[in-house]
Design a protein around this ligand. Sequence first.
Ligand code: HEC
Length: 110
Amino acid sequence: MKATHFGFIISCIALLSCTATANAADPLNGRSLSKQCSVCHGKLGIAKDPEVPHLAGQSAFYVEKSLKDYQTGKREDRRMTLMVQNLSEQEIKDIAAWYESIVVTATLPE
Ligand code: HEC
């Protein structure tokens, strides 16, 4: 086989595995990653501290956007800025999918 053909095949395989891992969010992985968040946001995404927002049922889009905003410094909070430092893009997607998957019901006051 010519060297050029070989190189072409290798880059195809690399490309395939890249798109495969970047696509689907894995809420179960997000669930285990969210253990580090539950101290403040609660095990099920319902926070007890009034200063901390609930995440249960929040849209994945919003959670993902917020985490990225903390990472880039567009949004700042001393606790959150520290928490997102080592999260990869895939981990952020997984965590966002986990919080979105929690079902929340709302009841109007009497
Ligand atoms: C030390 C406590 C603490 C920990 C741990 C923590 N958070 Fe937070 N989080 C906060 C506080 C406080 C805010 C509100 C900050 C602000 O006003 O911007 C917040 C805000 C957020 C928001 C924005 C929510 C909104 O309604 O705008 C998201 C999303 C979030 N946290 C996700 C996470 C995730 C995911 C983790 C774990 C990787 C995590 N947090 C860990 C305290 C914490």
